[in-house]
Write a protein that binds this ligand. Structure first.
Ligand code: MG
Length: 223
């Protein structure tokens, strides 16, 4: 039994990864670079600067000058914005409300994300009213090192007051799993995107699920 669940955001709460992939693909092409949808999913969690530098290096043999990576990142962010807000991941609401209302004893529900959006809490309240609280959020503003560093999940664990064994991370990205495993926490990976199970298994989560319904069934059966 867990006393706290730590939810990642992109690809776990919201289906935002397809739009990230579209935006990266279009903008990288515009700059003569190449970044496939698979690249977007496997690199989820890395900073824009490091993603752009790697792509740039493949073509030019050197890191991107500051003005270039900043320009690419600006265009990518603008296009992502234009694509509009993504809706919730299939099955996530059922899982969240089941944890809130049926799981005993009632667990803490946290969000642990590298996002720094000011509108984040408003968005969470709109899509999942009554689930998240401002106190149970770890965002970009709370950490020095983002995922895949363990810091974000270590911070959530410390603030929860629970033992590590009582905490369960829900992640969709290999680098997010690495962060959770590095923090010494249980981690359930849900493959909501286009990666293979093996891409996730390589980072050693406790279990890998194909969708939220499978994870919900597992928890209902006392997992
Ligand atoms: Mg994610």
């Amino acid at each position: 039994m867990y006393s706290a669940f730590f939810f990642d955001m992109d690809g776990v709460l919201f289906n935002s990864m397809p739009n990230h992939a579209k935006a990266w693909d279009a903008v990288m092409r515009r700059h003569g670079l190449n970044f496939s949808a698979y690249d977007t999913y496997i690199n989820e969690g890395r900073t824009g600067k490091s993603i752009i530098n790697e792509c740039y290096f493949r073509v030019h043999g050197t890191d991107a000058p500051d003005e270039i990576w900043q320009q690419i990142y600006k265009e990518k962010s603008e296009m992502f914005e234009q694509l509009g807000a993504a809706g919730p991941i299939d099955g996530i609401s059922d899982l969240l409300y089941w944890l809130r209302d049926k799981y005993q004893p009632t667990p803490q529900i946290w969000i642990v994300t590298g996002s720094g959006q000011h509108t984040l809490f408003a968005r969470l309240s709109k899509f999942f009213p009554g689930v998240f609280t401002r106190e149970r959020m770890i965002t970009a503003a709370d950490v020095t090192h983002g995922k895949p560093d363990p810091e974000p999940y270590l911070k959530a664990w410390e603030r929860s007051g629970c033992t590590k064994d009582e905490c369960c991370v829900i992640e969709n990205a290999p680098l997010g799993v690495r962060s959770a495993v590095g923090a010494g926490l249980h981690c359930m990976a849900v493959n909501t995107g286009i990666l293979s199970r093996e891409d996730l298994n390589k980072e050693h989560p406790d279990l890998v699920f194909d969708n939220m319904q499978q994870l919900l069934d597992y928890l209902k059966n006392g997992g």
